[in-house]
Design a protein. Structure first.
Length: 181
């Protein structure tokens, strides 16, 4: 692994940890958090391999009890509680965002709209649907109700998506980052 990619991967893990301490906004049983924007950035900035690596290392840190999840939580409970569906989706979201961006880069098609669409598809829709499925499994909430509940998160998720897109494109231009390099 090149030094730049390794450094960026470790920095992404640190950013995810810092985001854990940005206060969540309570909305029912699932709070609105900033940390999922880190998932979007991991895939978009690091590509699928390093993005997934960053997410898996971060989740392993949480699983062993380090306080790296929202609110300074760690341990196995979040992996099997009401937020499990979101947590289990994170590596897949980073992988799919990273793979899509790498593919777009090969054809020089990564611009604001294409990156925004990719992040919305995998960083918002995939994660929120997975979260709804997790809620259904864990809380026995009807899937339709869990999916409707996800609509609460859409405005915040879209704002995080726009911000992640802007940050990604700015950093890629500034540091000449290409996910396939």
């Amino acid at each position: 692994m090149k030094t730049q990619k390794l450094t960026l991967t470790v920095m992404m893990i640190a950013i995810l940890i810092v985001m854990a301490y940005i206060p969540a906004i309570p909305v029912g049983i699932i709070p609105i958090v900033v940390q999922n924007m880190g998932i979007m950035l991991a895939g978009a900035l690091l590509g699928w391999r390093n993005g997934v690596l960053a997410i898996i290392v971060w989740l392993l840190m949480a699983a062993v009890g380090l306080p790296v999840l929202v609110g300074g939580v760690g341990g196995l409970a979040p992996f099997f509680g009401a937020t499990a569906g979101y947590i289990w989706a994170y590596p897949f979201a980073a992988a799919l965002i990273g793979f899509s961006v790498q593919t777009l880069d090969r054809f020089h098609k990564t611009n604001f709209m294409t990156l925004l669409a990719v992040i919305i598809l995998f960083g918002v829709i995939l994660v929120d649907v997975s979260g709804a499925v997790g809620l259904t499994v864990v809380t026995h909430m009807p899937l339709a109700k869990a999916l409707i509940m996800q609509l609460t998160f859409v405005p915040g998720d879209l704002a995080k998506t726009v911000l992640a897109t802007i940050v990604t494109l700015a950093l890629r231009r500034r540091f000449k980052l290409l996910t396939h390099a």
